[in-house]
Design a protein around this ligand. Structure first.
Ligand code: AHR
Length: 308
């Protein structure tokens, strides 16, 4: 009889999934939780095997995680660095192992920028400038000196350094602005509340403005201000950074006056970068997500759309 027509035989080759090692710096804030979830979900969606390590604010632990990724011969390493400096040696180890490295969220201060392929994350300096510009605009008719207290994030971290610098580069160029206190509060709710209570005891009602370098500290500070008997957003103008849903609720209530957005949803960009690196393509050195500034008037309308 006639032979059956030749059918095409597809050769199904088992493809090894791409393996990504990600060293997350910790879980200090709601922003950080949203960032972690974004990375995990995007990895799952892209079919990328994710090795996730939480360093709990320790640079030393990040070194250990990175060395374990090198040992396991992952395809790509990504790190969200807890502090700005001290990365040259470990990143050199990664480079010598021939593994491409992505910096996510916070920046690193390294002598040789070829130690990483790309940095995906917000312009933290610009965020500080945006906070300053809002304040200068809001206070344009003020007659007296404007007394500011600042709650800073983790000591030595790039958002703390760069937001602080950006803010100063705007407000201190104006006459009549004074930063009366600037204290580390670790980007956490608890420390934000504690430090704000101490500052209120120290300065009483003398302060006009609080610049909180993230929402969690702002939310903690709001509790401290209310317990002290002052009205957040009215007696003390409050500017915060991040844009979590919880902070947006306070913005809608008028207890925060301005939020500078910092976008934690970096997972999809990260996975795309990983796939492109594995495919041998080159990437731009800097990938910056879109971010806005929100004031009280905009808050209510925006709440249903907040994703974190
Ligand atoms: O690096 C980003 C900052 O880290 C966020 O503003 C803060 O909430 C987080 O802890």
């Amino acid at each position: 009889g006639a032979l059956p027509e030749a059918t095409e035989i597809e050769l199904i080759q088992p493809v090894r999934p791409i393996v990504l090692g990600f060293s997350q710096l910790g879980s200090e804030s709601e922003w950080r939780m949203a960032n972690t979830n974004s990375v995990k979900e995007a990895a799952k969606e892209a079919g990328i095997e994710l090795l996730f390590e939480n360093a709990e604010q320790s640079q030393e632990k990040q070194f250990e995680a990175i060395r374990s990724f090198i040992k396991r011969k992952v395809d790509v390493i990504a790190i969200a660095p807890v502090v700005h400096s001290g990365w040259d040696d470990i990143l050199t180890e990664v480079k010598q192992a021939g593994i491409p490295l992505i910096i996510s969220d916070r920046s690193v201060d390294v002598g040789d920028s070829s130690l990483y392929v790309t940095h995906i994350g917000a312009d933290l300096y610009e965020e500080g400038r945006k906070a300053g510009k809002y304040l200068v605009d809001k206070m344009r008719d003020a007659a007296e000196t404007i007394q500011i207290v600042e709650l800073r994030g983790t000591e030595g971290s790039s958002p703390s350094i760069q937001r602080g610098q950006g803010f100063r580069d705007i407000v201190l160029k104006q006459p009549g602005y004074k930063i009366m206190a600037s204290v580390d509060a670790d980007f956490t709710f608890e420390r934000g509340k504690e430090v704000m209570s101490t500052l209120l005891e120290q300065y009483g009602g003398e302060m006009d403005v609080l610049f909180a370098q993230n929402d969690d500290m702002a939310l903690g500070a709001i509790e401290a201000i209310e317990e002290y008997g002052l009205r957040p957003g009215v007696d003390i103008v409050i500017i915060s950074v991040d844009g979590t849903r919880r902070a947006f609720m306070k913005l809608a209530e008028g207890k925060i006056n301005c939020i500078v957005e910092c976008n934690p949803l970096l997972g999809p960009n990260m996975m795309q970068a990983v796939q492109e690196l594995v495919a041998g393509r080159t990437l731009p050195k800097r990938i910056v997500p879109q971010e806005s500034v929100y004031t009280e008037q905009m808050a209510k309308k925006e709440i249903p759309y907040r994703k974190y």
